[in-house]
Design a protein around this ligand. Structure first.
Ligand code: ZN
Length: 400
């Protein structure tokens, strides 16, 4: 093997052994400089090994929004808006190594233990009622998956349809679609603004109901489809229907990195990853594992996070001052603020949580015209900041 070509940084990455909160880890990890060692090479696996989330340079809003949506499934997902080459899909795919476990039902009807807690024995199917009586589990823990909807997917791929293999045997059988595989998972749609209307409608219906029904001839099947929707789009390539825009809880405008130092660091990390992805990912493995455990633990505390009345009142006032009509505005604002408090290991939402999440929860809710997005962006950012500062004094003007 050749001599080392370059060695950019001689230091070991800072060891992360103990963290106070997810946010702290996020901030510290972003500052960890990667060892760029071109001696280590492995064989073209860059495609299948996702870039480590903790190795993403800058983009605090992107990372925070994705993190919050992992912590709180009630957030209805994230939309990343920005030009090509700003790393939107890299960021989303990097979540794979951080995904927490969820309970998955073992039965066709999707019964869970928590249904029993809330609705009693009638809330589950007779089989599960029997299982419960015998002390058998109704679910098992499984890692959340990132299900990606390809841009060329057909409606049949998305909702399911007749299974062509079964048809060849002159039997009729329904095949599951992407939406049913997305149940309790993340559904990622890149270039969501380029999807055809039928597919958008299918996604909206499933998202609204948490389930959907497919009918083909004499056959019909209902599938559970409760997913966190993550979308990315380049606004220069077409607008997004307001109905689907409204569906996304958080919206983040992704810009290129501003500082030269960040750009250089991002370039070096990307290069190191391309040349030896396995070795590069290994440098972040222990921090990633720790981060994943923190996410799982914080996620489990979500139900205990309280929103004090006076904080809620300020949030509502902010929405009123911004003249946002959508009812989803306060749901998203408060759920995001609760997730933000959980990420900071607190059990009460504060005004600082509202301040931190308000721009991503309230952006692009006032106007349904995404076409105007580029022109409006800077003025909307200013307007959001002004409205937030009026109600919640004491914020610094630091930009991410
Ligand atoms: Zn059941």
């Amino acid at each position: 093997m050749d001599e080392k070509e370059t060695k950019i940084n001689q230091d070991e990455p800072e060891l992360i052994t103990k963290v106070g909160s997810l946010q702290e880890l996020l901030e510290r990890a972003s500052g960890v400089r990667a060892i760029v060692d071109h001696e280590l090479e492995d064989a073209g696996l860059a495609e299948s090994i996702p870039f480590p989330f903790l190795a993403l340079v800058g983009q605090q809003q992107v990372k925070l929004s994705l993190l919050l949506s992992l912590l709180n499934p009630n957030l209805s997902g994230v939309l990343l808006i920005g030009p090509r080459g700003t790393g939107k899909s890299t960021a989303v795919r990097s979540l794979v190594d951080l995904l927490p476990d969820v309970k998955r039902s073992l039965c066709y009807y999707g019964c869970l233990e928590e249904d029993l807690e809330t609705g009693g024995i009638d809330a589950v199917c007779p089989d599960c009622a029997k299982k419960y009586g015998e002390g058998d589990p109704l679910s098992r823990l499984e890692k959340i998956r990132l299900v990606e909807l390809p841009l060329n997917a057909t409606l049949e791929d998305v909702v399911g349809g007749l299974d062509p293999r079964a048809k060849a045997n002159s039997r009729l059988q329904l095949k599951r679609g992407i939406l049913s595989r997305a149940d309790r998972n993340l559904l990622y749609v890149d270039e969501v603004n380029l999807l055809n209307d039928q597919i958008v409608d299918a996604i909206l219906d499933a998202a609204a109901q948490g389930q959907y029904t497919v009918r083909r001839g004499p056959m019909s099947a209902t599938y559970r489809s409760n997913f966190t929707l993550i979308g990315s789009m380049n606004p220069e390539e077409g607008h997004l229907r307001p109905q689907i825009m409204d569906r996304f809880g958080l919206r983040v405008v992704v810009e290129g990195l501003e500082s030269k130092q960040d750009r250089l660091e991002a370039y070096q990390r990307t290069r190191a990853y391309r040349e030896s992805s396995r070795a590069f990912v290994a440098q972040y493995a222990s921090a990633t594992q720790l981060f994943k455990e923190e996410i799982q633990a914080s996620r489990e505390t979500m139900k205990d996070i309280e929103l004090p009345e006076e904080v809620a009142q300020t949030g509502l006032e902010l929405i009123e001052n911004l003249e946002v009509d959508s009812l989803r505005a306060e749901i998203t604002l408060f759920e995001a603020a609760r997730a933000h408090a959980a990420a900071d290991a607190r059990d009460q939402v504060t005004l600082e949580d509202i301040r931190a999440v308000a721009p991503m929860a309230l952006r692009l809710r006032r106007s349904s015209f995404i076409d105007q997005y580029i022109a409006d962006q800077s003025s909307e950012t200013e307007l959001l900041e002004k409205a937030i500062n009026e109600l919640i004094p004491g914020g610094d003007t630091k930009k991410d």
